[in-house]
Design a protein around this ligand. Structure first.
Ligand code: BG6
Length: 496
């Protein structure tokens, strides 16, 4: 027997902030992502510092906030779910919006209309036999928490968050079996505002010449390192508490982690380069270690000591982590990169290495290198390390696209990308890895997370909207729509 198992969960993924829109409708509050404003077609914007937050507040009436519009899923969810059903989706990976349910995060009880909205979405999905897989927190928190608590840096957020997460289980446990706690939990160490609502320069002056996604000075790097790992720890705690709660109160539910997998090769065969690649791989895996094994591995504790990262551990944290181990591993995977041991060329973005290009790989419009083999290798490594089922929650190709006169997009490049990755997953399954589902990112065009724009498109479905919000928001099937339908129909046998 080889190939995809019979009940394999084929589908697609999105997040609430990037698709819903309906920004203040029916009582919704504003989240920290609602304050990220558009800065141009290739300018990363989800790194916000004090001046950006101030500007977003002061110029709210004139700046462009694409997340507030999304792609209008809030009003069009029935039409979108019908498109998913037409492709034969078995699962839809979506997220719920914290601020639609608890507008400021401090309310004792949730907003009724928000609660009903998600019941409606789940009902519509089940009508077509589509299983919802829900991310509880996909880069979203009430804006007040970012401004008053420094986001996840403060333990004060934990009780509010836990109340929200427990509410989700209590309210939706009969409609939702599969849950993920935090989207790409490791991203808080790379992009503290996005992943943790942290305004990095609140307590330290940003060094002159510093720009987002550039290497940083030692002093600033130290603050960054400490701040982001402390915030991460608080997220681990909140996640473990809710995993245990789900196990105790809704044993039919399965809860997974979610991390961004980046596979790293040594730049040369030198043992030093190989050691660097090993170190970075250990670092990437540690996010899963804590959530799946229930403890901080020795390696990361040594890393913390070496880098003077002192964590305020939280009462009883060891037991909390041990009691809240996830049921499955989930990941996003887009690209691989290479590392060097040469200190002059070794650069970091926060706790992450700066990516270096691999001459053996092709690169997307946005500089992301395409490498399905790395996915196969990593899936094998994850099997050996955790022996847990694996769900591939994100994978896909962002590209600039325009709607043709024939009202479609001939996106053969996307089909090639997905075909090669689906083949790699199939190979990994044949290697003995238990992969139980695959949801390509942005099954429908949506607001890009890093660029906060519509012009980076991932979808099987084109949405007629531009970066400024012009357009009809009508949906159009691309070539990949029909191709993916065939893939699902044949359970991954027909990839042509
Ligand atoms: C992942 C996120 O990092 O990558 C998504 O979970 C995001 O929210 C996706 O959209 C692709 O990134 P981008 O910046 O191309 O939208």
């Amino acid at each position: 027997m080889s190939g995809f198992p019979e009940n394999f969960l084929w589908g697609g993924a999105t997040s609430a902030a990037q698709v819903e829109g309906g920004r203040c409708e029916d009582g919704k509050g504003l989240s920290h992502l609602d304050y990220v404003y558009y800065r141009g077609p290739k300018s990363p914007c989800n790194f916000m510092v004090m001046d950006d937050v101030k500007k977003a507040r002061e110029q709210e009436a004139t700046l462009n906030f694409p997340n507030r519009r999304g792609i209008d899923f809030y009003h069009r969810y029935k039409e979108d779910i019908a498109l998913m059903a037409e492709m034969g989706f078995k699962v839809y990976r979506m997220s719920v919006s914290w601020t639609r349910l608890f507008p400021t995060g401090t309310e004792e009880t949730p907003d009724e209309e928000g609660v009903q909205f998600y019941h409606n979405v789940f009902r519509e999905l089940h009508k077509y036999g589509i299983e919802p897989l829900v991310t509880m927190i996909h880069y979203e928190m009430p804006m007040g928490f970012a401004e008053e608590f420094d986001g996840w840096l403060s333990p004060k957020i934990i009780p509010y968050c836990v109340r929200y997460l427990k509410f989700l289980i209590d309210e939706y446990k009969d409609e939702v079996t599969y849950w993920l706690t935090f989207n790409e939990i490791n991203m808080v160490t790379a992009v503290p505002w996005l992943g943790g609502g942290i305004i990095l320069d609140r307590n330290i002056r940003i060094p002159q010449g510093f720009r987002p996604f550039a290497p940083m000075t030692d002093e600033f790097g130290k603050v960054w390192n400490h701040t982001s790992h402390q915030a991460l720890h608080h997220q681990f705690i909140a996640s473990a508490i809710v995993v245990k709660y789900a196990h105790d109160t809704a044993p039919q539910c399965k809860v997974g982690n979610m991390f961004n997998l980046h596979h790293l090769y040594p730049e040369t065969p030198s043992p030093q380069d190989a050691y660097r690649a090993h170190e970075e791989t250990e670092y990437n895996m540690f996010f899963c270690d804590v959530m799946a094994r229930g403890y901080y591995p020795e390696w990361i504790l040594a890393y913390y000591r070496r880098n003077n990262i002192e964590i305020d551990w939280y009462e009883n944290y060891e037991q909390i982590l041990m009691d809240g181990k996830v049921d499955f591993i989930s990941l996003s995977y887009y690209l691989s990169s290479i590392v060097t041991a040469d200190p002059k060329r070794q650069e970091r973005i926060g706790s992450f290495i700066r990516r270096m290009n691999n001459p053996y790989l092709e690169t997307s419009d946005f500089g992301w290198q395409i490498d399905p083999t790395a996915l196969r290798i990593s899936l094998n490594e994850l099997r050996d390390r955790f022996h847990l089922p694996i769900f591939i929650a994100e994978n896909g190709l962002g590209a600039f696209e325009t709607l043709g006169e024939d009202k479609t997009v001939h996106d053969g490049y996307r089909i090639d990308y997905l075909r090669s990755h689906i083949q790699a997953i199939r190979d990994a399954i044949d290697d003995g890895v238990d992969v139980f589902g695959y949801t390509p990112w942005g099954w429908i065009d949506l607001v890009s997370c890093s660029l906060v724009s519509m012009s980076k498109r991932y979808g099987f479905v084109y949405v007629d909207a531009d970066d400024e919000g012009n357009g009809t928001y009508e949906r159009y099937r691309k070539d990949s729509f029909y191709w993916y339908k065939k893939v699902i129909e044949s359970n991954g046998e027909d990839l042509d």
